[in-house]
Design a protein around this ligand. Sequence first.
Ligand SMILES: Cc1cc2nc3c(=O)[nH]c(=O)nc-3n(C[C@H](O)[C@H](O)[C@H](O)COP(=O)(O)OP(=O)(O)OC[C@H]3O[C@@H](n4cnc5c(N)ncnc54)[C@H](O)[C@@H]3O)c2cc1C
Length: 371
Amino acid sequence: MQIAIIGAGVSGLLSALELIQQGCSVTIFDQQHAGKAASWAGGGILSPMYPWRYPAAVNQLAQYGKALYQEYNERLFPVTKIDFQIQHTGMLIFDPEDFAIGQSYAQRHQEPMQYAELLQGQQLHHINPQISEQFQQALFFPHLSNIRNPRVLQSLIVYLKQQPQVKFVEHCAIRKLHIQNQKVTAVHTENGEKFAADQVVLATGAWSQAWAEPLDLNIPVKPVHGQMALFKTPENWLPTMCMNKVMYLIPRRDGHIVCGSSMNDFGFDNTPKADIQQNIVDAVLEMVPALAQFSLVDQWAGLRPSSPNGVPYIGQIPEVDNLWANFGHFRNGLCMGPAAARLLRQLMLKQSTLVDPTAYSPERLLHPEMV
Ligand SMILES: Cc1cc2nc3c(=O)[nH]c(=O)nc-3n(C[C@H](O)[C@H](O)[C@H](O)COP(=O)(O)OP(=O)(O)OC[C@H]3O[C@@H](n4cnc5c(N)ncnc54)[C@H](O)[C@@H]3O)c2cc1C
């Protein structure tokens, strides 16, 4: 079976990996370099921030993230020699209004990743000595991890490019689908080239609304600008991830600390803004004042593919038998990525599914009130 995947972010690349393992051949198209959009820009926290603020459908896919990335890393590393650098740092949350609800969420779900304990005073500063003295309480999630997402993408691309049944077509936007008798028969590039396919996957992230008009659907997926700042500290300087008022610090293995983030509607403009950077720096220095002694080494922004409630669209596009969606993951596309790709593969190949697919159904795109 020949499958065209449009979009080489984490959603498209993991879909490709899942499908080739089942004997399919894939051609992956991207309008830019593969793996350089939101999936590169993101933080790589392997859980929704404040999981209790998200629908169960988001948490349900996210809970598979850590185990599946570990599985993929073990399989890909011997070939690519690129480690995903999964960091088991745990996460401290300082928002007092979330302490009780976070603990009761952890108790209700009994899911190891969401196990949480409330730390006080010395206990807190023992676990993370860099935390400001103004914080004397925090909710600690010891089992939360992060991936170094640019490395995950690099590894996926290197691995996939070595497989004979995979072809990459980069710097090539797909602008048209040729549909006949409720079936896509080919995809058309912006240069008028045509590629035939048995099945087509739309993994087009923040750009997915472009399919609304040709498919006569309501696709409420829009780009949401999210900015990051990067500090460089010595290795192991910051022992845990930290979060306060939706701002966070994510320590990487080599001492880099990724700090974010913001949410703004700037359309498809993904340039970083000076005032946003200042807000991020102020927020993270409030949590970790000693970070001020280290250099800010980079900043960037990416476009999250927002969807109402953050529940992605995964499954067959209504009224087109061989057209599939895997888009709209909003703030959680990295942690949901592996389970989303597995669910898509299982639906495409008519296999039993790891979760009930109903909540993710693209049937919602037919009915604006069901988004
Ligand atoms: C600042 C920030 C922080 C984040 N932090 C986290 C986090 O900690 N944890 C988490 O789980 N998630 C996080 N996210 C969200 C996560 O990054 C996204 O949900 C996820 O990367 C979406 O992946 P994707 O593959 O669907 O989209 P993308 O990575 O954007 O990939 C879509 C690709 O499709 C291509 N494309 C689009 N249209 C076409 C076309 N017509 N033809 C050809 N190619 C096309 C694009 O060029 C792009 O490469 C964050 C995002 C941002 C911006």
